[in-house]
Design a protein around this ligand. Structure first.
Ligand code: 5AD
Ligand code: SF4
Length: 447
């Protein structure tokens, strides 16, 4: 155990460079980690050359994401030689997965900190400072319990809140259950406490996060569901909007869709990955539903919430995917008319079930299928967005627009980005915007 007095006195490493890869949960873990480090006296710098501590929060979902981190780490060899006191750390999914082998491959790395240990960062960094390098912290039984320090939040009006971690689904291609562990849900009271604090600090929109959010509550006593959590949070005064991601079609209940449609704060938005439109491939993916079931679920949601928008994920080039299989995916995309889709080329992950199959779709075909889906999605997004021209939509103003700092930007309940002219004082409020122009990614309008 570290003596707290020594800890405070010996703290010398004051600046931190932090880069994060991967999903929204990683981004939130980064925000929470930086909150802890700032509370501990660190300031954030945006150049590695200025940092005493360099941390990468990593993703393992595809090989490409890992290659990027290893190449960043390799590039730090010279810096570490020149400045041996600089601490280099790998956090997150790749740390959990590759553990000790990261030190073998990159001996200049000092810290490998898994997906459940980031709450101990200040303590771990001190350990390296006092006792030398190569600290490995990848305990699988650790429960993540972190006090959110609202003062360090980058966006006051919109926040993500993790309600469950891990995944028990074991889709055949996916590494997440191995690096994020079994599903663990936070209690409703715990989540509510965090949301209340965020709201009292000005937050108006909350997105609940979970790798497999429809399984929220399964690890808790008393048949708690995500619907129960939504009902509870919907009662919070001054909170305007609630979203949740990511939904699994197999676990998405009609009850939950009905509950969404009945709660005024629950937004008409679903992120529900389909992954493929071919039943043969869905079966090989161990997804537990058919394309027909997916279509019915969306139809049910649209019957209850006609304005609902759906975002999807797709994997192209899964082992054995034929042209016919792929055409069924094209067909599903055309039928559902997603608001946007994240499209990935299949990447073999060692240790998963699908890694036992031959990765037999050549890369050129994967690329071609990827481009075909991207182009189709772009066309659908543009057509759907154009349908909104002339409509008046409620927008939560988030801040200055990234593309034009003289304008403001915000989101609709359906998660469309809207850019418009307005006073900075409107930031954090809800305004009605009449849409008069649309691209595939952005709506433009006037108050
Ligand atoms: N290869 C390609 N894409 C993958 N995803 C998950 N695992 C893999 C993999 N091995 C995609 C899925 C998931 C998203 C987060 O990443 O579409 O929904
Ligand atoms: Fe991975 Fe499937 Fe779990 Fe999503 S539901 S995190 S794709 S195993």
């Amino acid at each position: 155990m570290i003596n707290l007095v020594d800890y405070k006195n010996e703290r010398q490493y004051k600046t931190v460079f932090f880069e994060t890869f991967g999903c929204q949960m990683n981004k939130l873990d980064a925000e929470l980690s930086l909150g802890l480090l700032q509370e501990d006296g660190y300031s954030i710098v945006d150049k590695v050359e200025e940092a005493d501590v360099i941390l990468y929060n990593t993703c393992s979902v595809r090989q490409h994401a890992e290659d990027k981190v290893y190449s960043h780490l390799g590039a730090l060899r010279t810096l570490k030689k020149k400045h041996p006191d600089v601490i280099i750390g790998v956090l997150g999914c790749m740390a959990q997965k590759d553990a000790q082998s990261i030190f073998k491959r990159m001996p200049h790395v000092d810290l490998v900190c898994g997906t459940r240990m980031f709450t101990r960062l200040p303590e771990l960094l001190l350990k390296i400072r006092n006792h030398g390098n190569h600290v490995l912290a990848v305990d699988e039984d650790e429960i993540v319990d972190v006090k959110r320090i609202a003062a360090y939040r980058p966006n006051v009006y919109q926040a993500f809140v993790t309600v469950m971690r891990g995944c028990d689904n074991y889709c055949s291609y996916c590494i997440v259950p191995y690096v994020r562990g079994r599903e663990v849900s936070r209690t409703i009271a715990d989540v509510e406490r965090e949301v209340l604090e965020l709201v009292s600090n000005g937050c108006r929109e909350i997105t609940l996060l979970g790798q497999n959010i429809n399984s929220y509550g399964k690890s808790l006593p008393g048949n708690i569901t995500l619907g129960d959590l939504l009902i509870e949070l919907n009662g919070i005064e001054k909170l305007e909007r609630l979203r949740f991601v990511t939904s699994h079609p197999k676990d998405m209940s009609r009850d939950l869709i009905r509950t969404m449609s009945q709660l005024d704060k629950a937004c008409e938005y679903l992120h529900m990955p389909a992954q493929s439109g071919s039943d043969r491939i869905l079966k090989k993916m161990h997804r537990g539903y058919t394309a027909g079931y997916y279509r019915e679920l969306i139809q049910y949601a649209r019957d209850l919430m006609p304005t609902i928008k759906v975002a999807g994920d797709f994997i192209v080039g899964f082992p054995g995917e034929t042209e016919e299989d792929f055409q069924e995916t094209v067909c599903l995309m055309e039928d559902i008319r997603f608001q946007n889709s994240f499209i990935f080329k299949y990447s073999t992950r060692t240790g998963t079930k699908a890694a036992e199959l031959t990765d037999d779709v050549p890369d050129e075909i994967k690329k071609k299928r990827n481009t075909t889906l991207l182009d189709l999605q772009k066309k659908i997004s543009l057509e759907e967005n154009k349908k909104l021209i002339g409509r008046k939509l409620q927008v939560l103003v988030e801040g200055a627009s990234k593309s034009d700092p003289n304008k403001l930007s915000g989101r609709t309940r359906q998660n469309n980005i809207v850019v418009f002219k307005g006073q900075p004082a409107l930031v954090g409020t809800l305004v009605d915007i009449t849409i008069n122009e649309a691209t595939d990614l952005t709506l433009f309008g006037t108050i």
